[in-house]
Design a protein around this ligand. Structure first.
Ligand code: CUA
Length: 331
């Protein structure tokens, strides 16, 4: 689309890069066009109407035609920019459903990556080429920002909330990860690289990992932190069975229904009192400060892995059931 030999942009290495650049070029072209018009008129008129030739100024009354023209034309241009940018924005913000899930934790001053396979890495992200990659990101301290210029994608990484980013790398190679939000003295050193590989190479790289998949790591933590004591999945358990919870609508004691996504599961571990599941009492202790972000991600992966499971008979109070008040627990 755009000539390669003009080195104004970093390499275009993702499916969206060309679209982002095209919009950018359009914005620059409009700016240049109007800058040229304004400045050539300033210069042209100051020569043509210089004082030695036109000693007396003539007063001109307003012109409706002119007023309408220079209101409607800029409005139309602004609307084109708005519509174009909005379409692109929604495309960038909505990850395709089939995307590969990878978790990113930002901290002063490094990027920690967790793959569903259980592989972990620091300041490096290995991915297969031509594959939709969906990053779920969180910070364990201040605000960071995950930025890969060659992919033209960038998103803030916040404490206490998962944010998302997706891309599809179209060329194998190594690309820079930058932190694009000032986050302290070593902000400029908070860098890393995305290594885009052929699928076969990627499989070989994955095979180098050990310690079980991310959800298996989460299952271990689930036992280690004693979650399993209450969330045993058995009838009469003090906490809800987590089978089939992820991705569903959870009915709360206060009448609300919320989507059980990553943020919901994380909040339920750290602030169990925030959302009490119908039929259970607010008795779960908080795990804030006891489980780090990476282990939270592993626990979420475990809960997610149970999304397709059916709750054991009688294990959960369904939305329609009458709340049982007997020593029940929170989510
Ligand atoms: Cu992290 Cu700047």
């Amino acid at each position: 689309m755009l000539p390669k030999y003009i080195p104004l942009w970093p390499e275009r290495a993702s499916t969206v890069a060309g679209h982002v650049d095209a919009l950018y070029v359009f914005l620059i072209a409009i700016s240049v066009f109007f800058t040229v018009i304004v400045f050539s008129m300033v210069i042209g008129f100051s020569v043509r109407y210089r004082r030695s030739r036109n000693p007396i100024a003539t007063q001109i009354e307003g012109s409706n035609v002119l007023e309408i023209f220079w209101t409607v034309v800029p409005l139309a241009i602004a609307m084109v920019i708005f519509a174009w940018a909005a379409v692109l924005f929604f495309h960038l913000e909505r990850a395709p459903k089939d995307a590969m899930q990878i978790y990113v934790t930002g901290k002063q001053w490094m990027w920690k990556i967790q793959h569903p396979s259980g592989n972990r890495e620091i300041n490096a992200l290995h991915i297969p080429v031509n594959t939709n990659i969906h990053l779920t990101m969180i910070s364990q301290d201040v605000i960071h920002d995950f930025f890969v210029p060659e992919f033209r994608v960038k998103h803030d990484v916040l404490p206490n909330r998962y944010t998302e980013l997706w891309f599809n790398a179209t060329k194998t190679g190594t690309y820079h990860i930058f932190c694009a939000e000032y986050c302290g003295t070593k902000h400029s050193g908070m860098i890393g690289e995305v290594v885009v590989m052929e699928p076969a190479q990627y499989q070989a790289w994955l095979a180098g990992g050990t310690g079980g998949s991310l959800s298996q790591q989460g299952e271990k933590l689930f036992t280690q932190y004693g979650c399993i004591t209450c969330h045993s999945g058995q009838a009469g358990a003090r906490g809800p069975d987590l089978a089939g919870v992820y991705g569903s609508q959870v009915h709360l004691a206060d009448g609300r229904a919320v989507a059980a996504d990553d943020n919901y599961v994380r909040e339920s571990i750290l602030s169990p009192q925030a959302k009490i599941v119908t039929g259970y009492g607010p008795i779960m202790p908080t795990f804030a400060g006891q489980i780090n972000e990476e282990n939270l991600i592993a626990l979420i992966a475990y809960v997610k892995s149970k999304a397709g499971d059916k709750p054991a008979a009688g294990a959960n109070a369904p939305a329609t059931a009458v709340p049982q008040k007997t020593g029940a627990t929170t989510k």
